[in-house]
Design a protein around this ligand. Structure first.
Ligand SMILES: NC(=O)c1ccc[n+]([C@@H]2O[C@H](COP(=O)([O-])OP(=O)(O)OC[C@H]3O[C@@H](n4cnc5c(N)ncnc54)[C@H](O)[C@@H]3O)[C@@H](O)[C@H]2O)c1
Length: 287
């Protein structure tokens, strides 16, 4: 059976350019996910739960992954700890078949232990993406939720590229253990690594017709932010909501994610899209 070679309805056979006979650009975005097989991590809560909900409403076949079950009803669900590469391999095997789009929304809060965060938010997320990419054909897309907590990746570019060059989960883990003492903020470093991995690997993935992009949200009102607020004063969090002057709702993160995963973004690759009300723009001009 010639499966795995997926041709997106809106793209040419090599998956890299719109088929203008059938393509209706941005107008087709709401129809894009109908019948698509989509994997969403972190589907039990917050941004992942909202992403899974909207995708299901748009007619996608949503396979949710999380370390625990949430209230969202996805067509399929796998319980998995993204910090466990053997479990990630088993889930990718169990998903099998063709996958059209992967949304990496799962993540651990900055309040958790440093090495656990690095393992889940970077190493495990990357490992899953590589495994799911093997189930995609030309026209596939991977969109990860990074963070504007990682917006200073340029200040550590060489170090982060060295980490990204570690080919396997185990190699990455050894690298992190060797450099543990130098990593001050595990959450920021993990998000910087995820962003740099996305930018770097996008050049490689696109040769297979798979686009790789990420979003960097600012403060989003989810259970994770409530957890953060128990340790960090609300005023410090709201300091990073400048200039829009309010926090994001989880739903407001979904549109940019769905856009990047769809054919409406067929020429968008290797992008870190800030979804933070303009905060990173201010920082970029200031620094
Ligand atoms: N909330 C914010 O302010 C904010 C800001 C920037 C980026 N982000 C990022 O957005 C993403 C979604 O976060 P959220 O705010 O919706 O948080 P959330 O806590 O509501 O949801 C995160 C989900 O990830 C799952 N998860 C955590 N560790 C896991 C593991 N080891 N294996 C499998 N699943 C795991 C959790 O069970 C949970 O369902 C995260 O990557 C987070 O870092 C959030």
């Amino acid at each position: 059976m010639p499966h795995f070679h997926f041709v997106s309805p809106g793209l040419t056979a090599d998956g890299t350019r719109p088929n203008f006979d059938r393509w209706d650009g941005i107008a087709g975005m709401t129809e894009f996910y109908r019948g698509k097989r989509v994997v969403v991590t972190g589907c039990a809560s917050g941004i992942g739960a909202q992403t899974a909900r909207v995708l299901a409403a748009q007619g996608a076949h949503v396979i949710g992954l999380d370390q625990r079950r949430g209230e969202e009803a996805t067509a399929g669900f796998f319980e998995v700890d993204l910090g466990d590469p053997v479990a990630v391999d088993a889930v990718a095997e169990a998903i099998g078949g063709r996958v059209d789009v992967l949304f990496n929304c799962a993540g651990m809060a900055p309040t958790q232990a440093k090495m656990a965060i690095l393992k889940v938010n970077y190493l495990g997320t990357r490992h899953l993406a590589e495994r799911i990419a093997a189930l995609m054909g030309a026209g596939g897309a991977i969109v990860s939720v990074s963070s504007n907590g990682g917006l200073r990746w340029r200040t550590r570019r060489a170090t982060l590229l060295d980490l990204v060059a570690q080919a396997s989960f185990a190699d990455g883990m050894s690298w992190l253990k060797r450099h543990e003492g130098e990593i001050v903020n595990g959450y920021a470093f993990a998000k910087e690594a995820l962003t740099v991995w996305t930018l770097h690997e996008s050049a490689r993935f696109i040769k297979r017709g798979i686009r790789l992009n990420c979003t960097s949200p600012g403060a989003v009102q989810t259970p994770m932010l409530s957890e953060i607020e128990e340790k960090i004063p609300a005023a410090a969090i709201d300091g990073a909501t400048d200039p829009i002057g309010r926090r994001s709702e989880a739903e407001e993160q979904v549109g940019p994610l769905l856009f990047l995963g769809s054919d409406a973004a067929s020429y968008v690759n290797g992008v870190d899209l800030s979804v933070d009300g303009g905060y990173s723009a201010i920082v970029a001009l200031r620094e």
